[in-house]
Design a protein around this ligand. Structure first.
Ligand code: NOJ
Length: 548
């Protein structure tokens, strides 16, 4: 399986489909929906973690990497899922959370009891001579990155929640454990692996304070040694499988590093998730603010990554949505006035770029943020932590809730909307998060009356049938235009021109003259459109022309 012409779908198992009516999605629920997944014609599914976990961070706090959490099902269910997906040509991608374990993991528990073998699995450090914390680093979920290690007087490092203790990858025994886990799942027929925050696994041996006024992320992100660890993991596990597809989640990374992570000859990863393009609606880089997205900066970032990764022969995963992001349609589209057109425009922008597209469940039917009215409607640990912080900064309760409505990770974690019933056909019991607009947006309705799902099918087909989409080069077009993101893909003498109007108003653009045999390969409006030097695009219109 090469990955250039593949499309990967992401399922948040807790929210996909509840087969046993306990309000939580499960593996049998996913099995029940295989015909739907097949209909979309995706090649692989990335599942968010369903290993044993106290679920403080919804499964990103793993206490046992070798078993399925009973909330989601059994190992027999998992085997059935892999086999049934395989029988319809869909492979499985598992989520490997290797930067940290849950503090309930046996290793951490043994460490707490003083077992030196397992203490060496984690970053356990003394306080500074002045009794302050070992370093001045911040946790990404708020507060300091250190927590008391039992009553030993020492501290352990947690870049995320205090219940997620960072593993010390300098220890060869830790690296061996990680390869063993990957190999266990490979033996079960798993072909894909997504590595959670993998570019922060390479801390220094001596952990130092971030210099005054600098961001502590610089102290542990993209350290050179990560490349060595990935090469080693590749060699001892997934690299032995020519069909393996791997994606590393890269936090605050750079193009140069991502080229290195994905360059074929380096034997590290197939592709990377990067997030710069999803920070264009952060005021001064701060997620917990609201502002309209900066279109020019979005364009420039996408363009820089496309050019940079093409030049360096690296490979990007392409995505707008995932379980950590509010729905892109709320951020960059218009879910109220142009739900279908803006959903299709966003999909076109990503799917025709160079890289491997990921579709996050519900995106293909135009699902949007739930806009909950009360803090108690939310579940996410990050959301719960940020609320008091926002109040402490002087924001009113209403202001804080407005920001949470726009930015909470729960925005994308709401149940998949299958029909218009009380719980959206997800469950007969009250779900762990409530669906919101299922009377309008649901699969049943979409498949009969909608156009977004069908449009995604067309985009997926284009990637599979036109090599220019999967392997063509990228070139920018109309970089100064403040409304349209346009680009050119090239392959030998062929060209593909892609035009995307990012706003709800009509716009006219001027293009260079192109000669050759021209065909329209996709257009989200039924009206005919011709490739001429002057083209008028309707609100949120996307169109692509192939020139032979
Ligand atoms: C990234 C995951 O996508 C996110 O959901 C999680 O909270 C952090 N990594 C920590 O594992």
């Amino acid at each position: 399986m090469t990955f250039e012409d593949k499309v990967i779908y992401q399922i948040y198992p807790k929210s996909f489909y509840d087969s046993n009516n306990d309000g939580l999605g499960d593996l049998q629920g996913i099995i029940a929906k295989i015909p739907y997944l097949k209909q979309l014609n995706i090649d692989m599914i990335w599942f968010n973690p369903f290993f044993i976990s106290p679920q403080n961070d919804n499964g990103y706090d793993i206490s046992d990497y070798y078993h399925i959490d009973p909330k989601f099902g059994t190992m027999a269910d998992f085997d059935e899922l892999v086999a049934k997906l395989k029988s319809v040509g869909i492979d499985v991608m598992m989520d490997m959370v290797f930067n940290h374990t849950s503090t309930e993991h046996e290793w951490f528990q043994k460490a707490l009891k003083g077992d030196p073998k397992y203490m060496a699995y984690y970053y356990i450090r003394d306080a500074k001579p002045d009794s302050s914390l070992p370093t001045n680093w911040d946790s990404k979920f708020g507060g300091p990155a250190w927590e008391a290690f039992g009553n030993t007087g020492k501290y352990y490092l947690h870049l995320y929640d205090p219940t997620q203790a960072d593993l010390d990858w300098h220890n060869p025994a830790v690296r061996k454990e990680m390869a063993k886990i990957v190999n266990f799942w490979r033996n079960k027929g798993v072909k894909g692996f997504r590595f959670d925050v993998i570019n922060v696994i390479g801390k220094d041996v001596d952990l130092l304070d971030a210099p005054y006024g600098t961001d502590s992320r610089l102290m542990y992100t993209d350290k050179k040694i990560v490349h060595q660890y990935l090469q080693e993991l590749n060699e001892s596990s997934f690299g032995q499988d020519p069909d393996a597809v791997t994606v590393g989640e890269m936090s605050s990374t750079s193009i140069d590093n991502c080229i290195e992570y994905t360059l074929g000859k380096n034997n590290e990863l197939s592709m990377v998730f990067t997030f710069h393009h999803l920070k264009v609606d952060y005021t001064h880089g701060n997620k917990w603010t609201t502002m309209p997205f900066d279109f020019m900066s979005l364009k420039n970032i996408l363009n820089d990554w496309q050019l940079g990764m093409t030049a360096g022969h690296g490979w990007n995963a392409l995505f707008w949505n995932n379980h950590d992001q509010p729905r892109a349609i709320n951020r960059f589209g218009d879910p109220v006035h142009y739900r279908e057109k803006s959903a299709e425009m966003l999909a076109t922008t990503i799917h025709l770029l160079r890289g491997t597209p990921f579709i996050y469940m519900g995106e293909e039917i135009g699902m949007s943020d739930p806009q909950y009215q009360h803090l108690s409607d939310y579940n996410d640990i990050e959301t719960k932590n940020i609320y008091p912080t926002l109040l402490a900064k002087g924001l009113s309760k209403t202001e804080a809730l407005d920001i949470i409505q726009a930015k909470s990770r729960d925005n994308s974690r709401t149940p998949m909307q299958w029909d218009n019933s009380e719980y959206a056909g997800f469950s007969t019991e009250k779900p762990w998060l409530m669906p919101m607009n299922q009377s309008i947006v649901n699969v049943q309705n979409e498949l009969v009356h909608g156009e977004i799902f069908n449009y995604y099918q067309q985009l997926i087909k284009l990637r599979k049938t036109l090599p220019i989409v999967s392997v063509g080069d990228y070139q920018p077009l109309l970089m100064d235009d403040t409304q349209v993101f346009a680009y050119l893909r090239t392959l030998k003498n062929q060209r593909l021109i892609v035009l995307n109007n990012f706003y709800g108003t009509t716009t006219t653009i001027t293009l260079p003259a192109f000669t050759g045999e021209i065909s329209t390969v996709i257009n989200n409006y039924p009206t005919d459109i011709k490739l001429e030097t002057t083209i008028t695009l309707a609100p949120y219109q996307s169109v692509a022309f192939l020139i032979d």
